[in-house]
Design a protein around this ligand. Structure first.
Ligand code: SAM
Length: 357
C-alpha cells in the first residue's frame, strides 16, 4: 500500500457506512418525482483511505458509486455531484480517485471545485434561486459551515444536510475566548454566550451545546447520532468525538436516515435530546408498546400519523408495527384497514383503534 493514502480511524468509517446505506434510499425517494438531483460534499477529502491494510473509498467515491448504480437503472434521470476541497494535494488525490471511474453513466456529472466550502456555498445560494433537490454533506475537521448558510440551505425545497458536528473540538472552542467569533458564526448569534451550557460541565454541558445547535438549525426533523472516540485513538473511548446530525424538513428522508443509523447503532448511539441517552439495541418493543397505549388509550389514529407525531422517539417503522401487533394480540388495539387489504396489515393510512380502559 503506497504512502499516498491517509489512514482512517474506526469512527470515521461509520459515517461512510451510514452514507452507503442512506444515499440509495435518498435517490429512490427524490428521484421518483424529480428529473435532476444534486449532491454536495463540501469538505470532500482525498476520496480514498487506508483501512485495515486495504484501500477503501471516502465519501466522494461512495457518492459516485451509489449515484452510478442508481442512474444505470434510471437512465432518464440526472445527477450532479459537486466536491469542494480547499487543500491542493487533497484535491489532486481526489481527482485521481475519480479518474479511476471510467464508465460512469452519461447522466452523471461530476465537478471538483477548489476553494473554501463557505465561499462556494454562499455564491451558489446567491446565484441559484431554485435549487434542484439536494443533499449537502458537511464533514470538516473543525467547525462546519456558518449557521446562516446551513439555514439558507434548509430553506430550499427538498434539501437536507448531514453535518459532522465535531463536539470535542467545539466544546473546547466554547471555552476559549480567542475563538469567540468562530463560535458565534457556528451558532449564528452572540446569544450563545448567555446560554446555561457555558457554565456547565460534563454531560449537561454536552447536551446543552447539542440542543442549542439543533435549535438554531430551525429544522423540522433531526437525528443526532453520537460517535465516541475509538479504541485506536488517544482520548478515552467513553468520550464523545462527534455527532453526525441529519437535518431535514421531510419525514421520509428522516425515516430512511433513521434506518441507516439504527443499522450502525452498535458503533454509535442516539441521543434523544432530553438528557436521556438511548442506545439503539436497548430501545425495546415493550417500552414503545406501553408508551403508545398510555398516549392513545380510547383514541383512533392513522399509522403514519402516529409515526410522525412520535418521531422524536427515534423508533423505526418496524418497532412501531411490532408493538402494535403485540397490543393486537392482547386485544388492546384493533386495526381498521385503509392502505392494507386485510385486517392483519398495519401501515400507511390504516387506522389503529386503541381500546379504552
Ligand atoms: C474530514 S475530511 C473529509 C473526509 C471526507 N468527507 C470523507 O469522509 O471521505 C475534511 C476535508 O476538508 C478539507 N477542508 C478543510 N477546510 C475546508 C474548507 N474550508 N473548505 C473546503 N474543504 C476544506 C480538508 O482539506 C479535508 O480534506
Amino acid at each position: 500500500m503506497s504512502e499516498e493514502f491517509s489512514s482512517l480511524k474506526i469512527n470515521s468509517r461509520i459515517k461512510h457506512l451510514i452514507l452507503k446505506d442512506y444515499l440509495p434510499a435518498w435517490e429512490a425517494i427524490l428521484g421518483r418525482y424529480h428529473g435532476r438531483m444534486l449532491y454536495f460534499d463540501c469538505y470532500a477529502g482525498p476520496g480514498s483511505y487506508r483501512w485495515r491494510g486495504k484501500e477503501i473509498e471516502g465519501s466522494p467515491v461512495i457518492a459516485i458509486q451509489t449515484a452510478g448504480e442508481w442512474l444505470k437503472k434510471n437512465p432518464r434521470k440526472e445527477m450532479r455531484l459537486v466536491f469542494i476541497e480547499e487543500v491542493a494535494n487533497q484535491k489532486c488525490k481526489l481527482e485521481k480517485a475519480i479518474s479511476e471511474f471510467k464508465d460512469n453513466p452519461k447522466n452523471l456529472y461530476i465537478e471538483v471545485i477548489s476553494g473554501k466550502a463557505e465561499d462556494v456555498v454562499s455564491k451558489l445560494l446567491a446565484d441559484v434561486k431554485n435549487l434542484a433537490p439536494a443533499f449537502f454533506f458537511l464533514d470538516p475537521y473543525g467547525h462546519p459551515l456558518e449557521m446562516y448558510l446551513i439555514r439558507e440551505i434548509l430553506k430550499r425545497q427538498k434539501t437536507e444536510v448531514l453535518i459532522n458536528f465535531m463536539y470535542y473540538q467545539i466544546n473546547r472552542d466554547i471555552g476559549n475566548s480567542l475563538v469567540e467569533d468562530k463560535v458565534t458564526k457556528l451558532f449564528g448569534t452572540t446569544a450563545w454566550k448567555d446560554q446555561p451550557f457555558v457554565n456547565l460541565s460534563g454531560s449537561q454541558r454536552e447536551q446543552g451545546i447539542l440542543d442549542y445547535y439543533i435549535q438554531q438549525l430551525g429544522v423540522q426533523y433531526y437525528i443526532p447520532f453520537k460517535i465516541r472516540f475509538g479504541l485506536d485513538e488517544k482520548v478515552a473511548a467513553s468520550r464523545t468525538k462527534y455527532y453526525l446530525i441529519h437535518a431535514t424538513n421531510h419525514f421520509r428522508g428522516f425515516d430512511k436516515m433513521l434506518e441507516a443509523m439504527w443499522k450502525h447503532g452498535s458503533e454509535g448511539s442516539l441521543d434523544c435530546g432530553d438528557g436521556q441517552m438511548v442506545l439503539f439495541p436497548e430501545k425495546t418493543v415493550d417500552s414503545l408498546k406501553d408508551f403508545l397505549r398510555g398516549k392513545y388509550c380510547g383514541q383512533e389514529i392513522a399509522f403514519d400519523k402516529m409515526r410522525k407525531e412520535n418521531w422524536r422517539l427515534y423508533y423505526r417503522e418496524k418497532e412501531f408495527r411490532e408493538s402494535l401487533q403485540v397490543l393486537k394480540k392482547e386485544n388492546k388495539v384493533e386495526f381498521v384497514p385503509v392502505t392494507s387489504k386485510t385486517e392483519r396489515g398495519c401501515k400507511g393510512k390504516d387506522r389503529i383503534r386503541f381500546v379504552g380502559d
